[in-house]
Design a binder for this molecule. Structure first.
Ligand SMILES: [Zn+2]
Length: 417
């Protein structure tokens, strides 16, 4: 019996222009109509005007859902009642092609500003969503009980719930602008992105006419305490923290670092700031383990604790570099974009000791008043190694910078044998 060979299935390549129908994007243009919508649809290929697709890293799960037969390829999002709960912008920074290069300033309002294109059949998805929430944290309840915070029913309830506006943002990269931020050529950036993702997006090297890339990485979340529009008013006191994800500490309370204590301290500062008539902001970026990922991070923990002499601050960065090849991959160069999206021109109180964050924010033209360090009482015993190492490396501290001898003193807990 002859073996039946299945007919080869047609694969739709993305590497060549499919011609007619794609709307141009003019990054930084004065109006949304001139800027044009970001169309990363996988259905009507001829409408695509970007490289990659929506939902950041979750685009891979969407592919799985299609592969499993759970999701129709042709599904179009019904955007009824999904519009933002609070108006953000537009601000002058939105139409400055150099100020914002890693998110779509019009991403929250596509249903409104691109209503005509949506009606014409273009599949335009929001890359930003704005909603409201109550957040309840044990540290905030403890601050209420100890009298550091007072309930006012407006920003903080008697039960310890803080009222916030929260914003989810997916990355949208304007490649010429991203290349400029990193001081490399756009051609080099495209080539390295192509090669280092194992050739995942051929358009990076074949379609130089497409300048916008939706990278498969995590995005960010904003928590705003007070009125979002006050963020853009430099006469209103702004308390802000830009925080990079640390699942181990932020969620699970692991005590090897100061991430959660600093985060909850910032939330306490934001609530107090809002109650003084100001506004508070926590910008949370999905850059787990200095953007090295959690596997690398845990390998480093082991290397630190097993090294000769134990876990000390003088070898803190060296151990990371041994495993990862670099000390840090967060590259704060793109971080200020979200601050510009919010219209921020001045941060009165920055709840961070990081010199890299400080330099990135001020370097992008935003003024910073006071820097607020984490109170010593909030630093877990096992995290003293990290704190000393960071202070010695240039992190802001109102106290003394530890010298070489001091860096040998704090010892991290040993692994159980
Ligand atoms: Zn941490």
């Amino acid at each position: 019996m002859p073996v039946e060979v299945p007919a080869p299935r047609h694969i739709r390549l993305t590497s060549h222009s499919s011609g007619y129908g794609a709307l141009p994007i003019q990054w930084g243009a004065a109006t949304p109509a001139e800027r044009g919508p970001v169309v990363g649809t996988t259905t009507t290929r001829m409408h695509r005007n970007v490289i990659g697709t929506h939902s950041g890293s979750y685009s891979v799960y969407r592919a799985l859902a299609v592969a499993a037969g759970a999701l129709s390829r042709d599904h179009k999002a019904d955007l009824t009642n999904t519009s933002p709960t609070d108006v953000i912008g537009p601000y002058p920074q939105w139409t400055d092609a150099g100020k914002i290069v890693s998110l779509d300033p019009w991403g929250a309002t596509v249903a409104e500003v691109f209503a005509g294109e949506l009606a014409a059949g273009y599949d335009i998805r929001p890359t930003i969503a704005v909603t409201q929430a109550h957040v309840i944290l044990p540290e905030v309840i403890e601050a209420l009980q100890s009298g550091r915070l007072q309930a006012d029913g407006k920003f903080l309830t008697a039960g310890g719930a803080a009222m916030v506006t929260k914003v989810a943002i997916e990355p949208v990269w304007y490649l010429p602008g991203v290349a400029r931020r990193f001081g490399c050529s756009e051609a080099d950036l495209r080539r390295v992105l192509f090669e280092e993702t194992g050739g995942m997006y051929p358009e990076l090297v074949t379609r130089s006419d497409l300048e916008v890339f939706l990278p498969p990485i995590g995005g960010q979340t904003l928590y705003i305490f007070g009125k979002p529009r006050d963020l853009a008013d430099p006469s209103v006191e702004l308390t802000a923290r830009v925080h990079d994800e640390c699942n181990g500490s932020d969620v699970f309370g692991s005590d090897i670092c100061t991430c959660r204590p600093y985060l909850t301290h910032a939330i306490e500062e934001c609530i107090q700031g809002a109650q003084r008539g100001g506004v508070g902001l926590v910008a949370y970026s999905r850059k787990e383990g200095r953007a090295l990922g959690e596997v690398t991070k845990f390998l480093v923990y082991n290397a630190r604790k097993r090294q000769v002499g134990g876990d000390t601050a003088d070898n803190y960065f060296a151990r990371t570099e041994c495993v990862a090849g670099v000390q840090d991959m967060r590259f704060q160069e793109l971080m200020p974009d979200v601050l510009h999206w919010l219209g921020i021109t001045k941060i009165h109180r920055l709840v961070s000791m990081s010199n890299m964050k400080f330099d990135a924010i001020t370097g992008s033209g935003i003024e910073i008043g006071t820097r607020v360090n984490i109170p010593d009482a909030l630093i877990p015993e096992d995290a003293k190694v990290e704190m000393d190492a960071k202070k010695a490396a240039g992190y802001f501290t109102p106290g003394p910078v530890p010298d070489a001898d001091e860096l040998k003193k704090a010892k991290g807990r040993e692994l159980k044998s």
